[in-house]
Ligand binder design. Structure first.
Ligand code: HEC
Ligand code: HEC
Ligand code: HEC
Ligand code: HEC
Ligand code: HEC
Length: 223
């Protein structure tokens, strides 16, 4: 599916206000792999990173240069969703229905994207609603190390450790979930199996131990 298909001639109005689902599972103690809280907007990595092939760092641009990969602000979404206001299937279905009923094509707006526009306080023509301030989307955090652990994306991503090594097949996830345990054993096993000069020589946490490996000193990860 090409993004270019969307650049032309999509004009839409609003249909219906959105109900905002804010439930998220409670995160308990211990191993959180598999944790996948419901998000306030049904954002799909499978669609964006998989089908549309948008690069991870288009949205998570901090990953290579800073400690945190970061969650994108809504303005990044609006680079596309100012124009793309519904899924391709819904747009095509409306076109077909209009043809069959011999009437004008009506504008289509996605219920999920309406939630984004509501957070941004935008009306049916995507103009700011008077008297309403935009709100950040309250995305539910999925991964969370304890405060006493130091982790830095830059150290890993700039050394060529791929996102998938730690986060799994994100391109296939309809809803984001934690793939790895994020336990101390998981971190240390990969450090033992990785060469500091070449990044991950073994590539996987269950690879061989190396003579000269990435630091497993307590202070590397604990202040
Ligand atoms: C179009 C923007 C966009 C792209 C492209 C994208 N993401 Fe995301 N990502 C988000 C948003 C928004 C969230 C927060 C909502 C959620 O968790 O689904 C998120 C959440 C995440 C999280 C969980 C964050 C947490 O709370 O712990 C991870 C991990 C992640 N993305 C990895 C990736 C990887 C890896 C890729 C590429 C394969 C990628 N993302 C591509 C927008 C994007
Ligand atoms: C070596 C393992 C590893 C790699 C490689 C990695 N991550 Fe992460 N990621 C983590 C851990 C661990 C956390 C939780 C950090 C915390 O709680 O402080 C995390 C958290 C995140 C988050 C939540 C927000 C944040 O910044 O903490 C996002 C988004 C994310 N990763 C995206 C990515 C993307 C995109 C890539 C590839 C460019 C990537 N990660 C590569 C381990 C990794
Ligand atoms: C680079 C362009 C691009 C960016 C950036 C982008 N999207 Fe999308 N998104 C699309 C396209 C294109 C579609 C429609 C795909 C289709 O169904 O044909 C889409 C579809 C969606 C849908 C599904 C609509 C439906 O009901 O079918 C949601 C929800 C969504 N995006 C949310 C977001 C959010 C939230 C962000 C920001 C974190 C974001 N998108 C960033 C291009 C983008
Ligand atoms: C898949 C392999 C892998 C996993 C999993 C992994 N790391 Fe790393 N880590 C590396 C590599 C490779 C480096 C780069 C070493 C270098 O640049 O010399 C690194 C570097 C670091 C550094 C910088 C150390 C230094 O001496 O500069 C810290 C801190 C760190 N990792 C913490 C963590 C923590 C905390 C976790 C678990 C939450 C973790 N890592 C999980 C492979 C991994
Ligand atoms: C490569 C990173 C890394 C190194 C090196 C490391 N730790 Fe940890 N440690 C972690 C992570 C991640 C956790 C959190 C585990 C969790 O939340 O399940 C942790 C948790 C702990 C805890 C809390 C109890 C527990 O087991 O959850 C203690 C105590 C601890 N580490 C001590 C040490 C000591 C002592 C050393 C040196 C011998 C060390 N760590 C080296 C990453 C590391």
């Amino acid at each position: 599916m090409a993004l270019q298909r969307w650049i032309f001639g999509l004009s839409t109005f609003a249909i219906g206000a959105a109900a905002i689902a804010l439930d998220g599972d409670v995160r308990g103690e211990g191993d959180h792999s598999g944790y996948a809280p419901v998000q306030p907007i049904a954002f799909s990595h499978r669609l964006h990173a998989g089908e549309l092939q948008i690069a991870c760092q288009y949205c998570h641009y901090g990953a290579e240069t800073s400690r945190h990969a970061g969650i994108p602000a809504s303005s990044i979404c609006m680079n596309c969703h100012q124009v793309v206001r519904a899924g391709m299937d819904a747009v095509l279905a409306e076109k077909a229905a209009a043809e069959l009923e011999q009437r004008q094509v009506r504008p289509v707006e996605s219920v999920e994207l309406r939630k984004l526009y509501d957070f941004l306080a935008l009306d049916s023509e995507l103009k700011p609603l008077p008297g309403r301030a935009p709100l950040a989307v309250p995305w539910q955090r999925v991964h969370a190390l304890p405060d006493f652990v130091y982790f830095d994306h830059r150290a890993h991503v700039s050394r060529g450790v791929a996102c998938e090594t730690c986060h799994g097949q994100v391109q296939a996830m309809e809803r984001m979930r934690q793939e790895s345990t994020l336990s101390m054993g998981w971190c240390v096993a990969c450090h033992r199996a990785s060469s500091p000069a070449l990044g991950t020589a073994a590539g996987a946490p269950d690879g061989p131990r190396l003579e000269e490996h990435v630091s497993t000193d307590c202070v590397a990860c604990h202040y």
